[in-house]
Design a protein around this ligand. Structure first.
Ligand code: HEC
Length: 102
């Protein structure tokens, strides 16, 4: 029993975490609903396009919105979903979005 639990903790959980890649995260965490497929077609003109922006910029903006440092008329829409993503997932998403063509 202990070895079965150990097996799950040591092998299966890490694999599950790694298996969630950026594109899946983007769908899974509802980003696509507002920013559109591949961050290219936001649902409203006021919402930003994400594809191809600098990784460091994307990373900072997501953290600032999550922490409430960035606030404007539209930030609240996104702030409400940022509890769905961890800091590690934000980093994965920033790297992926930056790698996409504009
Ligand atoms: C409910 C709609 C909504 C959802 C869902 C959403 N966002 Fe946003 N996002 C916005 C809005 C609106 C802004 C602009 C906010 C502002 O100006 O402060 C924004 C801003 C951003 C920015 C900053 C872009 C820039 O050019 O400054 C990034 C990066 C981002 N979102 C990524 C994501 C990711 C990744 C997810 C999924 C975890 C996500 N968003 C989910 C609406 C949303």
């Amino acid at each position: 029993m202990i070895s079965a639990t150990l097996f799950i903790v040591l092998f299966i959980l890490p694999v599950c975490t790694m298996a969630m890649d950026a594109a899946e995260l983007y769908h899974e965490r509802t980003c696509i609903a507002c920013h559109g497929a591949y961050g290219k077609q936001p649902v409203m003109d006021e919402y930003p396009k994400l594809a191809g922006q600098a990784e460091a910029y994307l990373l900072t903006q997501m953290k600032d919105i999550k922490n409430g440092y960035r606030t404007n008329a539209h930030s609240v829409a996104m702030q409400n979903v940022m509890h769905l993503v961890s800091d590690e997932e934000i980093a994965v998403l920033a790297k992926w979005l930056a790698s996409l063509s504009e």
